[in-house]
Ligand binder design. Structure first.
Ligand SMILES: Cc1ncc(COP(=O)(O)O)c(C=O)c1O
Length: 398
């Protein structure tokens, strides 16, 4: 059987129409197909490959660490160089109230940890999150996402969760002294890249302070440079009590974290001890990759020209069929009138060699989230292809 047949036969399928593109190699912003095709990657494996695919520094860090040791022991017992050095490095990027780090393997797991931590620390049960929010697919994370469609098939989910409207100030009154935590993406990703408006995050912070409610920022998608700052919250001058990250953190390797103060985090140490357990969380190879990834962002000064790259996309992506280009930095949504037209543009983009996607809860918008290393000429070439794809989709729609 060829690989495509093996894929369909032996891999659990979750979609009736998987892309089924076979990739042999990936380097920088380019994916190389099995038949010699080339795709400009405009989605970074959904905001993961922020420093580009197979960055030599990340590859070397992975190879070196794999040759020293891989898994030694479950989380939290043995002092492992890559883990503690990564924790120190991340702590240096964050304010003093966010310098205690629990490493896990993914975004969903980090959300699970943050859910447990907020309930345990506050001794409260209610969790508030947002309509069209995405926080992951495990049962706890699923319970707080903002899509009934995705939740309905799996009920009953975690009790005492409710979703309020993003950017809606009057809904803030639903946060009360019974609320353990509010989970929010400071920039909503799967909703189609929705930015907070009118000091919304400041007002939310104020309300949480009044109610003694923990504020949790889910920066799984927006973190590690994607928005043009290391963390998106830096644009808004509001600090969370707990910060959740993953995706772009590992330079392509799986790793996530929930981060808080020592005071809040220490409640996982008692009643019961071992309040959160993971076998692989903070895997030394992933930690080594993550250190290299942060060093690449710093050494190559990747954050300095993200705003220019955003502007270049905005300048080039002009077409009557484009209703809006939304977002910040290199987390952008290009909106069309219908999902059908967007799907057609997506399909045409793939034919022309640009890898794009849509959003889970906004399927009329095309996702643009390339590696932060993308060059001006790659942006130029990708945008020309997107405009051509729009023209092709228009002809097909006639
Ligand atoms: C904002 C946000 N939170 C959490 C997750 C879940 O992360 P993972 O797929 O690594 O479990 C995602 C994944 O897309 C996400 O975008």
């Amino acid at each position: 059987m060829n690989n495509r047949r093996l894929f369909l036969e032996y891999l659990a399928q979750t979609s009736p129409f998987p892309l089924q593109i076979e990739i042999e190699k990936a380097q920088g912003c380019i994916l190389y197909g099995a038949k010699g095709e080339e795709y400009i990657d405009l989605i970074s494996g959904i905001s993961v490959s922020n420093v580009g695919h197979c960055h030599p520094k990340v590859v070397k860090a992975v190879q070196d660490q794999a040759a020293k040791y891989m898994h030694l022991m479950v989380y939290g017992e043995i002092v492992q160089g890559p883990q503690v050095k990564l924790a120190e490095k991340i702590a240096q990027l964050l304010p003093p109230s966010l310098r205690n780090i629990y490493f896990v393997n993914s975004g969903s797991e980090a959300i699970e940890g943050a859910l447990k931590l907020s309930k345990r620390y506050s001794s409260r049960s209610e969790i508030i999150s947002f309509e069209n929010a995405y926080h992951g697919s495990t049962t706890g994370a699923l319970s707080i996402i903002g899509s009934e469609k995705f939740k309905n098939g799996f009920r009953p989910l975690a009790p005492m969760t409710r979703q309020i409207r993003f950017n809606n100030i009057s809904d803030l009154q639903l946060i009360t002294t019974a609320t353990a935590a509010v989970f929010i993406e400071p920039i909503q990703g799967e909703a189609g890249v929705i930015l907070p408006e009118n000091n919304y995050l400041q007002l939310l912070r104020k309300k949480c302070n009044e109610c003694g409610t923990l504020l949790v920022f889910d920066e799984v998608q927006s973190g590690f440079g994607r928005s043009g700052k290391m963390f998106a919250f830096e644009h808004y001058g509001v600090l969370p009590d707990i910060l959740v990250c993953a995706k772009g953190m590992g330079g392509g390797m799986p790793i996530g974290a929930f981060i808080s103060s020592k005071e809040i985090m220490s409640c996982l140490m008692e009643s019961p001890i071992l309040g959160h357990i993971t076998t692989f969380g903070g895997h030394p190879v992933s930690c080594a990759a993550s250190i290299a990834c942060i060093e690449v962002i710093e050494e190559e000064r990747l954050l300095e020209d993200i705003a220019d790259k955003e502007q270049l996309f905005r300048k080039l992506l002009q077409h009557p069929k484009i209703i809006a280009v939304r977002g910040k930095g290199l987390l952008l949504a290009v909106e069309f009138a219908t999902r059908e037209f967007n799907f057609s543009v997506n399909h045409q983009c793939l034919q022309l060699g640009v890898f794009v996607d849509w959003f889970l809860f906004n399927d009329q918008s095309l996702r643009i989230a390339p590696p932060l290393t993308i060059s001006a000429s790659e942006i130029q070439s990708a945008c020309e292809k997107i405009l051509q794809a729009i023209k092709n989709a228009e002809v097909l729609a006639l």
